[in-house]
Design a protein around this ligand. Structure first.
Ligand code: SF4
Length: 399
């Protein structure tokens, strides 16, 4: 089967071993994961190179501790619509630091190759019947993408915006220098009234703690645009709570933002993408709609807090992200301060907040949290995923 590697047709010295078939001594070999797992020590001192082939329903966790043993990891795409291997590729590259060859095998489609490349794949097994010229063209014809991926390249929307805007990094540093000692309402007021009049929005999930941030904003200016990502997967209780809170606080510009209908039909026709590939699902339902909703704004306000999880423990109160400034007025707040604000301002509670849901997102990806566990531990509880992708923190620590 032809191999395209680093944008060129390449010789493939590797032998892919099926099941229990003999492994040649004199050639580098790619073994099925199950076979390697059954006898990992047997392959320890192998002279020829060793690679591993994984199905889309097998987790890269299985090889995490021995990754340096493998020169090649081949990830299978069993059929169109099964995108789990995209997530596995990003996990291997971004979280586990795999530097060997990442090979896409199986139902590899020509129009997906650019995005695969951006997720970390550098080699592709292509169909014998495919015209190789067309594959090579597809590697070079698309220079930009609408989707963010692990290569860190900004998507088209961000590039266009960046071309028009001054340096957000410098702006964030300057604001932090002047208002670094502020947080809560004082920081919100400085951002809305002095730094970005008419050019700032807030993003709210209408989850368990959202009322505190929204109340502070409403006291400064209830007409501040509030963006709510309406994924279509929220708890009914969240939607009812959104409406109740909006009325309670007198917010006058709440924008419920949905994905493009065409996008949704093409990428998630059965509404099950969250199960197969949560990274792509969040990209479809949250990241891209937010990017569209933020066009025209120079800054946005988020309600994240440091105490939520280790990943957020370094969260600054002001930061730059892509070409915008992001204000995190509650970054330093504690759970006790939030409870106090709820009581003092008599804020209505999310109906699920008292039932074991300290952090509430989409229904399929939110589980109850046991007492004493980090508040966000119920989000994507059975996956490696910890963030939806709308926050791309440079300061975060993953492990
Ligand atoms: S949180 Fe779950 S359902 Fe919601 S967008 Fe992300 S993967 Fe999809």
């Amino acid at each position: 089967m032809p191999l395209i590697k680093h944008g060129r047709i390449a010789d493939d010295p590797w032998v892919t071993v099926d099941g229990d078939a003999p492994v040649p001594d004199d050639r580098p070999a790619i073994l099925p994961l199950d076979r390697w797992l059954g006898e990992p020590e047997q392959w320890q001192g192998r002279n020829g190179g060793l690679g591993i082939r994984m199905k889309s329903d097998q987790s890269p966790e299985a090889i995490r501790d021995r990754l340096e043993r493998f020169e090649v990891v081949a990830l299978e795409f069993p059929e169109f619509g099964d995108g789990r291997s995209y997530s596995h590729a990003r996990l291997l590259r971004e979280r586990f630091g795999f530097r060997g060859e990442l090979r896409a095998v199986g139902d590899v489609l020509r129009d997906q190759v650019q995005f695969m490349h951006r997720c970390g794949f550098d080699a592709f097994e292509v169909d014998d019947d495919s015209p190789l010229d067309a594959w090579l063209e597809s590697m070079s014809e698309i220079g930009c993408s609408y989707q963010p991926a692990s290569d860190g390249r900004p998507p088209i929307g961000a590039l266009r915006h960046a071309a028009r805007k001054p340096d957000a990094e410098a702006r964030a540093r300057s604001i932090l220098g002047r208002y670094g000692n502020l947080d809560g309402q004082a920081l919100i007021r400085a951002a809305i009234e002095r730094e970005f009049p008419g050019g700032i929005a807030a993003v709210a999930s209408f989850g368990a703690e959202s009322a505190v941030l929204l109340d502070l904003i409403a006291q400064v200016d209830p007409a501040t645009p509030i963006i709510f990502l309406e994924t279509g997967k929220h708890f009914e209780e969240t939607l009812a709570y959104r409406d109740r809170l909006v009325a309670h606080l007198g917010l006058t510009d709440v924008r419920s933002v949905t994905p493009e209908a065409d996008d949704r039909l093409a990428q998630d026709p059965d509404g099950d993408l969250w199960r197969r590939d949560p990274d792509r699902c969040c990209d479809l339902l949250k990241v891209r709609p937010l990017a569209r909703a933020l066009v025209g704004f120079d800054a946005w306000i988020s309600g994240r807090k440091r105490f939520h999880c280790a990943l957020r423990s370094g969260l600054p109160t002001v930061e730059a992200e892509d070409d915008r400034v992001k204000i995190n007025p509650l970054a330093r707040w504690t759970a006790e301060q939030l409870r106090d604000a709820f009581a003092r301002r008599r804020l209505p509670a999310h109906p699920l907040a008292g039932s074991g849901y300290p952090s509430i997102g989409c229904r399929p990806c939110t589980a109850k949290v046991a007492s004493g566990e980090p508040p966000r531990s119920g989000r994507w509880a059975n996956a490696e995923k910890t963030e939806c992708g709308i926050h791309k923190a440079k300061w975060a620590t993953n492990d």
